[in-house]
Write a protein of this length. Structure first.
Length: 305
């Protein structure tokens, strides 16, 4: 067995924090190996630095890391599940899915007022079409403004008075030790999360049996099943990172419970559906939920978006 494992990750503070979380678990479960983190700059990082407002699609935060994995330059890669394309490059697999962190989105407001108490016309910052549409569906009187940058940059912009509030993933804030900044964890009834939000994907080569066995110790079955259902939902709808869709699945008492949403860009057309299923195949559960939305006219809504 090799005694050094090279682990690829983005170099952002949040990416390093979640990678460190995985490495800590690996060192506890397999202390005989030496793990070294390799920081890799992705297309998404470069576009963010150049202030590009639109990304071309899923994979912009993972492609260079996956290329390095395929070349054998690293033995595993750690991603935010929500960044990972629903179709992986040939030769790669999601080797393990650790237990999911908080799946919700969080509102941070300067006034400390919750979403339903913010004044009419309050300016809320987000770069996510999914968040924008659901915010407008909940509060059509809000100004939802474009916002870019890492977590620290966004918090500085909020504190400087550029916005009345911002919405970020709760899991990221918690991994950075910033939970104290949260005004409100938004209910899934108001804000369904991104596909895989709060979950981490550990990716490896399909033929690297040694690494696959090593990381399998971190697998959480319930989280794996939930994100497989969500990813199948997105795949069935043909979604990319700019498509206003959302889903959240969980396994409860041997059954799947899953909520899904598609929306137009302005939030005026928003369809939601819920599914409870005893089907043991997570992918089929996600597909069934997508089919129920398509039956309601989701394709028309997505084309409008």
């Amino acid at each position: 067995m090799r005694n050094q494992i090279l682990v690829g990750s983005r170099g952002s503070e949040l990416a390093i924090a979640q990678a460190s979380e995985v490495l800590k678990a690996l060192r506890e479960s397999a202390p005989h190996c030496n793990y070294r983190l390799v920081s890799i700059k992705t297309t998404g990082d470069k576009l963010a630095e150049s202030r590009e407002s639109m990304f071309e699609g899923k994979g912009v935060f993972t492609k260079e890391i996956e290329d390095s994995l395929l070349k054998g330059e690293v033995q595993m890669a750690i991603h935010s599940m929500k960044d990972l394309a629903t179709e992986l490059p040939p030769g790669l697999t999601i080797a393990a899915v650790p237990r999911r962190a908080n799946h919700r989105d969080a509102l941070i407001s300067r006034s400390k007022e919750k979403l339903d108490r913010l004044p009419a016309g309050a300016a809320i910052g987000t770069s996510s079409p999914r968040r924008r549409t659901q915010l407008l569906a909940a509060r059509s009187d809000l100004q939802v403004l474009e916002m870019r940058g890492n977590v620290d940059t966004r918090l500085r912009k909020l504190d400087s008075g550029n916005y009345d509030g911002i919405v970020l993933a709760a899991a990221g804030l918690m991994r950075l030790g910033l939970e104290r900044r949260v005004t409100e964890f938004l209910s899934s009834k108001v804000m369904l999360p991104a596909i895989g939000q709060g979950a981490i994907a550990i990716e490896a080569r399909q033929d690297d049996k040694e690494t696959l066995q090593l990381v399998s110790r971190l697998e959480d079955k319930a989280t794996r099943q939930a994100v497989e259902a969500e990813r199948a939902f997105a795949r069935k709808l043909g979604a990319n990172c700019r498509t206003p869709i959302a889903a959240y699945a969980r396994v409860e008492g041997g059954r799947f419970a899953m909520d899904g949403m598609v929306s137009s860009a302005d939030g005026r057309m928003l369809l939601r559906s819920q599914l409870v299923s005893t089907n043991p195949k997570p992918e089929r559960v996600g597909e069934e939920l997508a089919e129920s939305l398509l039956a309601k006219g989701a394709q028309f809504v997505l084309e409008a978006a």
